[in-house]
Structure formats: C-alpha cells, structure tokens
Design a protein around this ligand. Sequence first.
Ligand code: ADP
Ligand code: MG
Length: 291
Amino acid sequence: ATPTAIMVGTGKGAENGVLIKDASHLQMLKDIDTVILDKTGTITKGKPEVTKIRAFTISENDMIRAVASAEQASEHPLAKAIIDYAKEKKIKLENPVRFEAMPGYGVMSVVGNKTYTVGNQKLMEFKRIDISNLANEMEKLEAKGNSVIMVTEDDRLIGYFAIADTVKESSRQAIKELKDRGIDVIMMTGDNKHTAKAIADEVGIGHILAEVLPEHKAKEVEKLKKKGKKVAMVGDGINDAPALAAANVGIAIGTGTDVAIEAADVTLMRGDLLSISDSIQLSYATIRKIK
Ligand code: ADP
Ligand code: MG
C-alpha cells in the first residue's frame, strides 16, 4: 500500500463520516467476511421507552418511584427509559441507600428501607423467584420486541416494566448491503432470545447470539476468528469494548460511549449502519489503486 493511497483513502472516509485510525485497518476492511452487530444502540436507536407497566402489590406510581430511584446510578439505556418515564409522570425520586449493578442481569438497590432487584429472567432465576405465571404474557411482549424487566421488593415479585427500542431507519438496508456482499451478519446481544429474534426479523438478520453476558462478548469474537473468519464487530456500549478490541476490525458508533470509541479501529460518525458497507467499499477502492 502506498502511503499516498492510504492517505487519500482515510481522507475520503473522514469526509463521509468514517474515521479510520490506521492504514492496516483500512486494508483489512475489504477482507471482512463476518460482521457482528450489537443490538441496543447499534441496530436500534438506543433510546428505549416504557410501553407497559404492571404492578401487582403496590400502586403503579409507587412502583415507578421505587424502581426509577433504584435505577438512578445505572448507566444502562433501560434504566434511563424507566427514569425518563418517572420524570414524565412528575414522580419525585429518592437517592438509593445502596446500589449494585449486575451487568447482563440488572441492578440491586436499597431505597428507603426496602431492597429492590430490577432485571431480566436470568436475574429472577438466580434469585429463585418464581415467574412461571408470567411466562405467557412475557413471551407475547418479547415477541413484539419488548424487553421485560421484572421487579422484586424484599424478594417478592411486585411487577414488571415492558420496554421497547425502535430500529434505526437505515438498519435494514445496511444489513442487506452487507449480505449482498456475501458477508455473514450476526446480531449479538445480552437481551433474551425472543426480544432478540423480534428485532432480528425486523432488520433481516437470521444469525443471532442472544443472552451473551458482557464478559463473553469478546469470547464469541475469538471463537469466530479461530474458525478463520475475518470479523468486524460493531458496537456502542462500554460492554462492547473488549469485543471491539478482539475483532479484526472494531467499529464504534460515534454517538456511543467514549470507551467503545477508544477501543475501536473505526468510528462511524453518522451513526447509521450504511457506513459499514461504505467503508468496505472504500477499502476496495483504496487497495485497487495500489495494485
Ligand atoms: P445489550 O447491550 O446487548 O442489550 P446488556 O448486557 O447491556 O445487553 O444487558 C442485557 C440485559 O440485562 C438487558 O436486556 C436487561 O434485561 C438486563 N439489564 C442490564 N442492566 C439493567 C438495568 N440497569 N436495569 C434492568 N435490566 C438490566
Ligand atoms: Mg449497545
């Protein structure tokens, strides 16, 4: 690769909102045969909203107050959705006495003199909370793309929040462009299988890795690399950083967290996924000039 061609290539990328850290990654992009996309904030807008609430033992407003208070120290988009919902309803929050984040599961928090756990099915299983009578309605909500977040108060199930995120307008087209290039497109998420499948169906992804714990995301990338795949990982979250670093090319969404951007080789300033295919095209164009 001539330095001039590379310089022109990276310059062209920058003009189109694709920031490439160094020459080797611009060259590598054309050899990518597998693209792994994170779900929340990458395929979807990352601005989930509460779509349904059920409170079994206390009033809905009391549950919203408790859970939004419990989630205040969390940086997770789902926590933000619940807090925003409480704010919209003008519900006053309390500072939790204790807070503990459990990445991939949820949070545990003491608000006033009560202990709340807020999180997914895996968290409830871990706490041995029986949720079998919710299975039916949960599955229906998840099939529509909702994440169902359950709430316990002092180890008793008191209700749930259904929260849904919308896909970015360009995601479906972007994924089609990658597939048309013969690239295997995979969705990887910590969310449950049903919700993951609903979103994957919406954007045309058939290959899903769901319920992947944050610390296992990089391992999934390594597994594919060991099979000889050339892997690009695309993500936006703190959780995605190790996987971005493990990939042949790590691609961060520019609207994502600083940690992800630092770990990545390429940053997509425009946030939409069409830039992935554009950057692969740019790699071909740059390398062709060299030959
Ligand atoms: P992803 O970024 O792929 O959606 P995460 O690993 O961040 O996955 O989260 C996986 C799941 O863990 C979420 O879908 C949710 O069920 C649960 N979870 C994580 N953090 C929280 C939180 N603060 N409140 C409630 N649930 C949470
Ligand atoms: Mg994300």
